[in-house]
Design a protein around this ligand. Structure first.
Ligand code: XLS
Ligand code: NI
Ligand code: NI
Length: 440
């Protein structure tokens, strides 16, 4: 590994300086070693940078090409460039002070003219990634395969009507799993990409779902065969690029996994902007995954309420991060998952320093959310209000119903004797909301 030229000139290691600092290239709230509920912030949050957005994002949109100024991008999609880019990426990760990164196979290494050449490219880049991981201690939170950009995946990969698209995707995921394993990855993500449909008339949905399940099972089998013990994740998204995607939301994914007997192996990787595209709040998706035992990892970002698309913006809303961290603490944390910034700087934010501002803001927003959530839990006021709301279930009648000791007949008897149910209590939504604002 040669001595690479510095890419982010003039930017040093981002440090914790506290809320009063005037330095915008510093953390105000994220203090990696600080203890929250007895655990260092770094272990609660397990931040990861997305290789695809941070190092492959160009700022292109349907109306114009890329705008990003990246002085190190001199050599297109060549292998030499891919190797140099790894040096740049690790300089960024180290300076930012995050513990993890995530990638798709084709983010890190160029696709070759054949599968064998693509695999060779990936091996060469994996060597370089491994060297930097060993040097810095930075780890791979999860790997994945890009099964949606190449033309062969025009109709999907595991759900394609064309069998060899399925076969090629299988070969690609086999390799991606081996690389993830070699890099000690803590997890592997399945995100549908084009696994869905544009038109139901030309789609055999049952067959496609069966194929998707078979594909996942083969991936799990191969992972076990090579000794990969990381966590598998399924990442819900209702649409984009397809009109409908089979991984629509958490409830849909959980149902799919249970239907096909995959539930022991796969948890959810929940993305904020995908939750909102599905018509849910992120808190809903986290809560539902948590109560079902499927809360795995999160892709942190946010959408724009005025734009109905996956805009993948960096999260800065403290209310949102408080909801997220409160739910995560409630369900015992994310590890071996983490918080991956699946977010991109705006097309108009085209300078390298903007990558720092974006991640610092996201990390600080989550650190604040964590501190606020912990304060709420320590104080217990919300928990007490919640218990009060359900207090009637602590009555002998409530306890008997919850214990399965009542029936329609016995309940009818009780209500006939009484004539009317006891008056309902107020929901106190505004009180709950006001209490939450006392912590912000
Ligand atoms: C796209 C998805 C994707 C996954 C990984 O919308 O969020 O980036 O996280 O394939
Ligand atoms: Ni994502
Ligand atoms: Ni997304």
């Amino acid at each position: 590994m040669g001595q690479a030229a510095e890419a982010f000139v003039g930017i040093g290691r981002i440090g914790f300086e506290g809320p009063a600092t005037k330095n915008m290239l510093a953390f105000r709230h994220y203090d990696a070693e600080a203890l929250v509920e007895g655990k260092p912030m770094r272990d609660h949050l397990r931040f990861a940078v997305s290789y695809w957005h941070a190092f492959r994002g160009t700022g292109g949109d349907p109306f114009g090409p890329g705008t990003m100024i990246r002085p190190w991008e001199t050599d297109g999609d060549s292998l030499a460039m891919a190797l140099r880019r790894v040096d740049v990426a690790f300089e960024f990760l180290e300076k930012l002070g995050v513990g993890f990164y995530c990638f798709h196979d084709r983010d890190v290494a160029p696709e070759g003219a054949s599968l064998a050449e693509s695999n060779r490219n990936l091996d060469a880049v994996t060597d370089r990634l491994a060297e930097h991981q060993a040097r810095t201690g930075i780890k791979l939170l999860w790997g994945t395969a890009n099964l949606f950009s190449n033309r062969r995946y025009v109709h999907g990969a595991a759900t394609s009507p064309n069998v060899e698209s399925f076969a090629f995707a299988a070969a690609q995921v086999k390799k991606a799993l081996e690389v993830t394993h070699r890099l000690g990855g803590a997890g592997y993500v399945f995100w549908g990409g084009r696994e869905g449909y544009q038109c139901l008339w030309n789609t055999d949905m049952k067959r496609e779902l069966d194929h998707l399940a078979a594909f996942m099972q083969m991936a799990i089998d191969h992972a076990r065969a090579i000794g990969f013990t990381g966590q598998f994740y399924f990442e819900p998204k209702p649409r984009e690029p397809m009109k409908h995607q089979y991984d629509f939301d958490v409830a849909t994914c959980v149902n799919f996994l249970r239907t096909y007997g995959l539930e022991k192996h796969v948890k959810m990787n929940i993305e904020t902007n995908h939750a909102t595209l599905a018509g849910h709040e992120m808190q809903h998706e986290l809560e539902y995954a948590g109560l079902q035992g499927f809360l795995g990892s999160i892709d942190a970002n946010t959408g724009d309420t005025l734009v109905g698309w996956d805009t993948d913006q960096f999260p800065t809303n403290i209310y949102l991060t408080t909801q997220v961290m409160y739910t995560i603490l409630k369900y015992g944390g994310l590890a071996p998952g983490g918080i991956n910034f699946d977010a991109k700087v705006r097309r108009e934010s085209f300078e390298p320093v903007d990558l720092f501002h974006a991640h610092i803001g996201g990390m600080d927003a989550f650190a604040r959310g964590l501190k606020i959530a912990a304060a709420m839990r320590a104080d217990g006021a919300i928990q007490r209000l919640l218990e009060e709301r359900y207090a009637s279930w602590k009555s002998p009648l409530g306890e008997r119903i919850e214990a399965g000791q009542e029936s329609f007949a016995s309940l009818e008897k009780a209500m006939l004797a009484q004539g009317e149910a006891a008056a309902c209590t107020s929901g106190r939504q505004e009180l709950f909301e006001n209490v939450i604002n006392t912590y912000l």
